[in-house]
Design a protein around this ligand. Structure first.
Ligand SMILES: NC(=O)c1ccc[n+]([C@@H]2O[C@H](COP(=O)([O-])OP(=O)(O)OC[C@H]3O[C@@H](n4cnc5c(N)ncnc54)[C@H](O)[C@@H]3O)[C@@H](O)[C@H]2O)c1
Length: 428
């Protein structure tokens, strides 16, 4: 069988990892295609174009994958195609841009040699999209197979998924669904599988992200309340999360949620409500608003600790630890706000970040990045921050002040940060 993965981003490359790890694919030919020439050149030379733990060794040490810029050529020879291209928001809009997916589907329609080709949408798509696409592009075996990986642990997540969700319709053979599951997840025999209609699977995907984002916003709103009452948000979070009906996950306060998925998937969910009269999304449509308000609360808390002309060093600027991805990073939002509205001088130390769109020099030397700073802000929850040379940094800053937006250094502040005044958002 010839298997193509279209799109060599976080989901596409993680899908490749799952394919090469499945013994079922030993005799399959696997090709990964992307229109981005730089990515394909990097992959051809054995280097992974994204920072993701264990991705590189998993991609290049097992079964061989071919990498190509010739998307239509790959499509024409394929028996099974995973579509993993982006579905971002249009610029300055709350509308999901499905153009990349639609373009690939039109290429499949035009180039497929095998009329029984199985097409598996891994991109997160709006509710109702898959059914319409099946009609529009005459693809008999079109499945919606959403991905739930977390950046920073994409490889571990894809190799041990907590569930597999497949959206299908009555006209597709059960064997087709099983083939797609086997090829993708040959090693995951104990994983719960939900096979449903297209729309159900689409709502599961968007609903999952909206739920996670809601929990983050919920605890962040409580962190603001804690700051008003000098209460301890970490204890509040622990006390709430100990209820097994609630659980502790995603109840960690911070600077706001970010990443390429939460905000846009909530927009997609909201759009589906808006397209149907008589139902309301009051709760869901408040999640993004709450997140923006929280990011402004964080910005104001920082501003209350600095003066015009001061310099701030951000330690970590990606949207979370363990990734190079700055898409919708709350730190990026803060940096831009502080720079543009308050003309603050900013430096960044983030060894993972590759994105240049912050337009600020990313200094890979922590102590140098801190030189002349009036405030150090901890922006990501990376445990490597513990090992930084805080002592040396204390000699090169103008003022010894740290604000920890992730509450991760709390237990280490005496030993590591003894020379600094240490603040979180709620104890200033
Ligand atoms: N990143 C995540 O954590 C994550 C998790 C679950 C689901 N998703 C969903 O998966 C999809 C992909 O996300 P991502 O983060 O991997 O995106 P990404 O931006 O990292 O990668 C998308 C890739 O598709 C390529 N591409 C675009 N048009 C193409 C075309 N016509 N032919 C071939 N390649 C093309 C781009 O060059 C890019 O390399 C999105 O719908 C996203 O919502 C992402």
């Amino acid at each position: 069988m010839t298997i193509s993965v279209i799109g060599a981003g976080y989901v596409g490359l993680a899908t490749c990892v799952s394919l090469v790890n499945s013994e079922l694919n030993l005799y399959n030919y696997i090709v990964c295609a992307d229109i981005d020439q730089n990515k394909i050149e990097a992959l051809k030379s054995g280097s992974c174009p994204i920072h993701e733990p264990d991705m590189e060794n998993n991609l290049f040490s097992k079964l061989k994958i071919e990498y190509s810029n010739n998307v239509s050529g790959c499509i024409s020879n394929s028996d099974l195609i995973f579509v993993c291209v982006g579905t971002p928001l249009y610029d300055n809009s709350n509308t999901i841009n499905t153009d990349y997916v639609s373009f690939v589907l039109s290429q499949i329609e035009a180039n497929k040699k095998n009329s029984d080709v199985i097409v598996v949408l891994r991109s997160s798509v709006p509710i109702g999209f898959t059914r319409k696409a099946k009609e529009e592009y005459s693809i008999k075996n079109l499945l919606y197979f959403p991905e739930f990986l977390r950046e920073g642990s994409a490889v571990a997540d894809i190799l041990s998924p907590n569930r597999i969700v497949v959206g299908t319709d009555d006209l597709i053979d059960k064997e087709v669904v099983q083939t797609a599951i086997n090829v993708y997840a040959g090693n995951t025999s104990n994983c719960p599988i939900v096979i449903s209609g297209y729309e159900t699977a689409e709502i599961i995907k968007y609903g999952s992200n909206a739920m996670l984002a809601a929990r983050v916003s919920f605890i962040n709103e409580l962190s603001q309340l804690c700051s008003a009452y000098s209460a301890n948000i970490m204890s509040v979070s622990k006390g709430i999360g100990l209820d097994p009906r609630i659980g502790a996950h995603f109840l960690v306060p911070g600077p706001g949620f970010g990443g390429s998925c939460f905000e846009k998937d909530i927009c997609g969910l909201e759009a589906a409500f808006n397209q149907n009269s008589g139902i309301n999304s009051n709760l869901i449509s408040s999640i993004n608003k709450s997140n923006k308000l929280h990011m402004d609360f964080v910005a104001n808390s920082i501003i209350s600790n600095i003066k015009h002309g001061d310099k701030i060093t951000f330690v970590g600027a990606t949207f979370k630890a363990g990734t190079d991805d700055t898409r919708y990073s709350p730190i990026k939002y803060l940096i831009n706000k502080l720079k543009v509205e308050f003309e603050i001088d900013i430096s960044i130390y983030d060894p993972n970040m590759r994105d240049k769109d912050l337009d600020i020099y990313n200094n890979t030397d922590f102590v140098e990045a801190c030189s002349g700073s009036n405030l150090i802000v901890i922006g990501t929850e990376d445990p490597n921050h513990f090992d930084l040379d805080w002592e040396a940094a204390s000699y090169v800053v103008y003022r010894r002040l740290v604000i920890d937006l992730r509450y991760i250094m709390i237990n280490y502040k005496n030993s590591l940060l003894s020379k600094f005044k240490y603040l979180t958002l709620v104890n200033q």
